[in-house]
Design a binder for this molecule. Structure first.
Ligand SMILES: [Zn+2]
Length: 365
């Protein structure tokens, strides 16, 4: 199914040039929504941006024409975090593209704060329900409810398991436990559950829920087959790859296995969809991107396997996996990603894990 052609108002824009990125095409070129603006990129679908601090710089949110018992409005997908920069973006939208329009529902693709950080606030302000999958909803509620100040011993044991030294642990503890609740407004007590395969009727258009896992427990993408559009959240990003980490929450899990299975599942969708990612620009070339993401992980697994000729701790493997230097600011993310790869090798039967004095080491099986 062909994707919708870009909004006619864009064609006068000088930068309206499709650029290719490793087999990907960006139908809207360098044109991105300005503060307060929503670009119409498919029938009934608006693209807006919420500013984020840090290297990401923004999250894309999606405004879908919708109607409920109270009349016409907008179904919102993802929200931004509870930070001043995001609230400013919302003030601009309320004065711009959202002026005189009401929300009918808030849909969260997954639990990460840039996606649902303002969901509670928006649901209360507009008196509408939050729609999520159960895995994302429960995890988000659990994390926001965890208000303790002290870093739990289980967390410290996990870091020790990965090979962190006392300095690294002291540094991480000093940063404080659980920043999650500080950037997420209180969530409503109840929600509307979305299941894999559910079809949402949004303003007379059918959007099917396609669930993936590995980046988060039960991530919802939304597929409109008639117009050829996939709202992909963080499940497929065009320029960066999504973080896939083993965490203290589920240390015997296999998030990279889940992730690779999800990439294969999405690979069965049509190749000519307009993919609307949470970060970066809408693109076509879904299959090329999924293949590239899969190949990247498989190559890293092979390199890691080769490196396990002698027992290695997670922190010993950073150099084999990452080209950048891993300093204290990113050691948590790097550790989670490394453990996800090591755990995958273990599940595949290619590596064996040993525990000595609470420290895990991995060796070729
Ligand atoms: Zn995410």
């Amino acid at each position: 199914m062909a994707t919708a052609s870009p909004d006619a108002s864009l064609t006068s824009d000088e930068s309206f040039v499709a650029t290719s990125h490793r087999g990907l095409t960006y139908p809207f070129g360098r044109r991105t929504p300005q503060p307060g603006e929503a670009m119409t990129i498919a029938p009934g679908l608006g693209w807006a941006r919420i500013a984020l601090p840090g290297s990401l710089g923004h999250i894309n949110i999606w405004l879908i024409d919708d109607a409920d018992a109270a009349g016409g409005g907008v179904a919102l997908v993802d929200t931004g975090m509870d930070l001043p920069a995001c609230r400013e973006s919302w003030a601009a939208l309320d004065a711009g593209a959202m002026a005189g329009r009401r929300l009918t529902r808030v849909i969260g693709t997954h639990l990460h704060p840039d996606h649902i950080g303002l969901a509670g606030w928006l649901c209360r302000t507009h008196d509408v329900a939050l729609w999520m999958t159960r895995g994302e909803w429960l995890t988000a509620r659990m994390l926001t409810a965890d208000q303790r100040d002290e870093t739990p011993e289980e967390m410290v044991a996990f870091w020790r398991g990965a090979g962190w030294d006392d300095d690294q642990i002291a540094h991480a503890k000093a940063r404080g436990w659980r920043q999650f609740g500080t950037v997420v407004t209180p969530l409503p007590l109840g929600y509307v559950r979305m299941r894999d395969g559910d079809v949402l009727d949004l303003g007379g258009r059918a959007w099917r829920v396609v669930v993936g896992s590995g980046h988060s427990p039960e991530h919802a993408c939304l597929l409109n087959e008639v117009d050829g559009v996939l709202i992909a959240g963080d499940q497929v990003l065009p320029r960066i790859s999504s973080n896939v980490s083993l965490s203290v929450t589920e240390p015997e899990g296999d998030p990279l296995g889940d992730w690779l299975a999800s990439l294969a599942k999405l690979r069965e969708l049509p190749g000519d969809l307009l993919v609307c990612p949470a970060h970066g620009e809408p693109f076509t070339g879904l299959h090329a991107r999924l293949d590239a993401l899969r190949d990247e992980h498989l190559a890293r697994l092979d390199e890691l396997y080769a490196y396990l000729d002698t027992p290695r701790r997670a922190i010993d493997c950073f150099g084999a996996l990452f080209s950048r230097t891993i300093d204290q600011s990113v050691i948590g993310l790097a550790t989670g990603e490394t453990l996800a790869h090591l755990r995958r090798l273990e599940v595949e039967g290619r590596a064996r894990r040993r525990t000595d004095n609470g420290v895990w080491s991995y060796e070729r099986a």
